[in-house]
Ligand binder design. Structure first.
Ligand code: 5GP
Length: 193
């Protein structure tokens, strides 16, 4: 997706630890026109797929998922980070290790909002080692629902998450795959460009 490549090159900041900061347009301040193009692109890529719900994880996936949902005409559910593990059985829960914060969160989804008939599109801003997605996949499996696909804005192709998800046989559509970035020169290499 060329406009995304261009924007990442223009406004993305390469941080040590192989982190790409895109907080000026994607996940803190949000450029809604760009998010709108991203939403349209996800819809195009999954046009042949039946989707009844979009699932993402708090917080940075929410804006992206909501704009995309306007093209899919389905509700968005987000996995909530929870302080306390719920023991009354009303939620699906799992643990996700945060790549950027280096700590583990319990995340929950109310059982009311996922059911065995659902065909779920998972959406997130980044794919690094795949922890966030594996957590969401576990939640969907607990609900007995089906995963229709996975839509990622930026996949870091030099980390293992993409391979893990594709090897599971899931359809993964990443709008930008970064195969390398040079902290010193600021160069970013996109797959297929
Ligand atoms: P994973 O769980 O795949 O290891 O990491 C994905 C999650 O970590 C995403 O939800 C995203 O919020 C965060 N993340 C991973 N790598 C980056 C990165 O390079 N930049 C930013 N901004 N977030 C990242």
């Amino acid at each position: 997706m060329q406009i995304l490549f261009d924007r990442i090159r223009k406004d993305g900041v390469i941080k040590s630890g192989k982190v790409l900061k895109v907080d000026s347009f994607l996940n803190h301040q949000m450029d809604i026109e760009l998010l709108n193009e991203i939403g349209k692109e996800f819809k195009q890529r999954f046009a042949d797929t039946e989707i009844t719900k979009i699932l993402t994880v708090e917080a940075s996936g929410i804006g992206i998922a909501c704009i995309a949902a306007q093209y899919f005409h389905v509700p968005v559910v987000f996995a909530k980070k929870s302080q306390s593990v719920n023991i009354d059985g009303e939620v699906y829960s799992t643990q996700i290790e945060s790549y950027t914060h280096k700590r583990t969160y319990d995340v929950i989804v109310s059982k009311k909002f996922l059911n065995p008939q659902d065909k779920v599109l998972l959406i997130d801003d980044f794919l690094a080692n795949g922890c966030a997605l594996l957590g969401l996949i576990e939640i969907v499996a607990s609900a007995g629902a089906q995963i229709a696909g996975v839509g990622i804005v930026v996949e870091k192709g030099f980390q293992s998450g993409g391979e893990v998800i594709r090897e599971m046989g899931l359809r993964l559509e990443s709008l930008a795959i970064v195969d390398g970035m040079n902290e010193k020169t600021g160069e970013i290499f996109f797959r297929g460009e």
